[in-house]
Write a protein that binds this ligand. Structure first.
Ligand code: UDX
Length: 451
């Protein structure tokens, strides 16, 4: 099949490369000339394991092309996928201006029947709006479908190639059939394809993300209580997840969820609900708990050093014209800046909240991340010191905070850490390390929800 994918962000690139891999001919287009030029040179603007290879292979085989010519991509395609960004507007609603602009272009370009499918996460009712916009531009027939994407960053290629469900929402029987045909090779049994109306398809995407985010917030909230009760959230998590009705996934307490999807989708669904006069209290609570959770590590560090009291050297630091605040003179090291491992994405990352809290408290911040340091440097400049090596970031630190659970942080050389730190305090935001082992080695150790 000949397909056009509009938008070369995460979703667009992975979908374009994935469809090409299954033998389709794809034109991936974007308004950004710089991005398209990069892609033509074989450079992929995002870090996603396996994606660069998949793109290179399909470009080489002639099935995948990049261009800024939206018109000719649309003209040549049987199906046009809209995969442009839908950022959060000020009021929490999804900003759909890019989606609507593409719909208008499609309307102007249409010369015969085409399927127009949204891959971007869009509010319920968007398919209807898209249909209206295209209709206002053309007499030609077309079908609109909602085909939300469920890929996770860091595992996106795999998720796309082996989806656990494909959702096709349309009122147009022909569009449903075309998309079902396109997706058949991706699913071994077609009962993983769910055919429905567009509104249910659009809501299904929000339902999944809000449910997952709610599970995380529930465990994060329970972790705070567990600490107060002297219970161990890790034991509670395993015992709870052993119930097959609950299952073990997405129950890991941590520093709060981030990324480009959960925070944005929660806000957007809450906005939609409010518009309809409905209070979606559970999702609201999940959002509120997450906002609080992102400050938890910073609060623990402040409390720790407030307790350490007179051992602090803040007066000297202030005299040098340095920073002021309860952590002045303290150096805090951070391991992990991306919102999760295997990505360089720092959008809504809890590490950024932590950095803000630490800087506001007057601390010196040193950080390491295998992929995300350039992004953080672009925001903070010289206010956060970056180290090429993970141990370099910890040199002379008064505390080390594990924020993102990259593989290399899971079993570090703790004796070396103890040697190079100024004061041996560990804050484990992902419950990766063994409390007893570390206390045995002479560390002060705190985690999320463990006694
Ligand atoms: C998510 C959805 O999983 C995916 O289906 C959808 O298409 C896009 O949004 P993504 O944002 O890439 O994917 O990351 P995900 O792996 O879901 O993690 C989101 C956040 O939740 C991360 O910050 C992660 O650290 C956090 N998380 C996840 C937890 O804190 N605990 C968990 O148990 C799981």
């Amino acid at each position: 099949m000949q397909l056009a994918v509009i938008g070369t962000g995460y979703v667009g690139l992975v979908a374009g490369a994935g469809f090409a891999e299954f033998g389709n001919d794809i034109a991936c287009v974007d308004v950004s000339e710089a991005k398209i030029e990069m892609l033509k040179r074989g450079q992929v603007p995002i870090y996603e394991p396996g994606l660069e290879e998949l793109i290179a292979k399909n470009v080489r085989d002639g099935r995948l092309q990049f261009s800024t010519d939206v018109g000719s991509a649309i003209r040549g395609a049987e199906v046009v996928f809209i995969a442009v960004g839908t950022p959060s507007a000020e009021d929490g609603s999804a900003d759909l201006s890019a989606v609507y602009a593409v719909a208008e272009t499609i309307g102007k370009t249409l010369e015969g029947y085409k399927v127009v499918a949204t891959k971007s996460t869009v509010p319920v009712g968007t398919a209807d709006r898209i249909r209206a916009i295209i209709s206002s531009q053309t007499e030609h027939p077309f079908g609109v479908a909602s085909n939300p994407e469920f890929l996770k960053e860091g595992d996106a290629v795999n998720d796309f190639m082996k989806p656990d469900r494909v959702i096709i929402g349309s009122d147009d029987a022909r569009a449903k059939e075309v998309l079902r045909h396109l997706y058949n090779p991706f699913v071994r049994t077609s009962d993983r394809i769910h055919l429905m109306d567009p509104r249910s398809a659009e809501l299904s995407k929000y339902a999944a993300n809000c449910m997952l985010a709610t599970r995380i917030s529930f465990m994060n909230d329970l972790a705070v209580l567990a600490e107060k009760l002297g219970a161990d959230i890790e034991l509670v998590r395993k015992a709870t997840g052993a119930d097959p009705r609950i299952g073990p996934k997405f129950l890991f307490p941590g520093p709060g969820f981030g990324g480009s999807c959960f925070p944005k989708d929660l806000s957007a669904l809450l906005y939609t609900a409010r518009e309809r006069g409905h209070e979606l209290s559970i999702v609201e609570a999940a959002q509120r708990i997450n906002a609080r959770q992102k400050h938890l590590l910073g609060e623990k560090i402040l409390a720790h050093f407030a307790g350490a009291g007179s051992a602090a050297p803040p007066v000297e630091a202030q005299a040098e014209g340095g920073t002021r605040g309860p952590l002045a003179g303290r150096t805090i090291a951070i391991w992990g800046l991306s919102f999760k491992p295997r990505t360089d994405d720092i959008r809504e990352s809890p590490a950024l909240t932590l950095i803000d809290d630490l800087l506001a408290a007057g601390a010196t911040v040193q950080a390491h991340d295998p992929q995300a340091m350039p992004g953080v440097r672009a925001i903070y400049g010289g206010r956060v010191m970056m180290s090429d090596g993970m141990y370099g970031a910890v040199e002379g630190a008064d505390a080390l905070v594990l924020v993102t659970e990259w593989h290399e942080y899971r079993r570090p050389d703790f004796k070396r850490l103890h040697r190079i730190m100024n004061t041996p305090a560990l804050f484990d935001g992902r419950n990766m390390w063994e409390p007893d082992e570390l206390r045995g080695l002479g560390f002060s150790y705190q985690s999320i929800g463990r006694p």
